[in-house]
Design a protein around this ligand. Structure first.
Ligand code: ZN
Length: 280
């Protein structure tokens, strides 16, 4: 072995180390790159552990693109759309966050057998909703005195259907809605936009129906909404301080339609021993 051989061997070894080191660096870079790509891919396909879509079907776009069978791509509203929209509507409706959180789990009937029964009825309604939605008797009336927890039960039905069954719910505070609608009477476009929202909601919750003094104009607005929903078999959850018989006395056209739609689901919360709010 001569000097040249030694030095060339050393050089080769050195060069090999550099090459290996270079290769390792490049391999590390490649692996890192692939990992980064995988993260991005996982994020966008909604399948990896980086998935964060509320709706994996449409990846939160609200629509999905489908083949219409004739070779054309058509955009269709995703089934999450109505729910997202209903949530927006609920937010716009002025429901407090507190109302959004009212559920069957946190409804406390205390020791009242009557409230226990009312809760069971409301839960049964929510459970069977999908089955009788299209039928004639598809609504529920929660009637009774202030403080009986009517609104809590009504909201529990709505929140259950909205969150667990993808049912689009629209909340309508009777007094506020009637005032709002009356203010738009001169603006037909706006008027019908509001009326349509209440008429066409998959499930409409009318809170505190007929609260306060109602004028002829108020009753006409109410009739328009109730009659539309009656004619089209569209369900409602209604809470009111009025008893069923006084609904009819108050306005026969409105009252009789409500009672027919709520047949089998009329819950009366009355009696001096009830004061749900005081028990909380
Ligand atoms: Zn979706």
């Amino acid at each position: 072995m001569n000097m040249t051989q030694i030095s060339s061997g050393a050089w080769l070894m050195k060069a090999g180390k550099i090459l290996t080191a270079g290769r390792r660096n490049r391999m590390e870079e490649t692996n890192e790159f692939l990992q980064r790509m995988e993260k991005i891919r996982a994020k966008h396909s909604g399948m990896g552990r980086y998935r964060q879509y509320k709706c994996p079907l449409c990846e939160d776009r609200g629509f999905i693109v489908q083949d219409d069978g004739k070779g054309h791509d058509v955009a269709k509203k995703c089934r999450c759309y109505a729910v997202t929209r209903a949530k927006e509507l609920m937010e716009q409706s002025g429901i407090s966050e507190e109302l959004c959180r009212k559920t069957f789990e946190n409804y406390n009937p205390g020791r009242s057998a009557q409230l226990e029964k009312a809760k069971a009825k409301a839960e049964g309604y929510a459970r069977d909703f999908i089955n009788f939605e299209q039928g004639r008797h598809n609504s529920i009336l929660l009637s009774g005195q202030v403080g009986a927890g009517k609104t809590h039960l009504g909201m529990a039905i709505c929140n259950t259907l909205l969150n667990l069954c993808n049912v689009g719910v629209v909340y309508m505070s009777y007094r506020n809605a009637v005032m709002e609608i009356k203010q738009t009477v001169m603006d037909k476009e706006n008027y019908y936009a509001i009326i349509n929202r209440y008429c066409n909601a998959r499930l409409l919750y009318i809170d505190d129906l007929l609260k306060g003094r109602s004028t002829e104009a108020d009753l006409n607005i109410l009739y328009e909404i109730i009659n539309y929903r009656y004619m089209h078999n569209k369900p409602m959850v209604i809470s009111t301080e009025k008893l069923p018989e006084s609904l009819i006395e108050f306005d026969e056209a409105v009252g009789s339609r409500i009672l027919e739609m709520c047949r089998g689901n009329i819950v009366i919360l009355n009696g001096l021993e009830l004061n749900y709010r005081m028990k909380l």
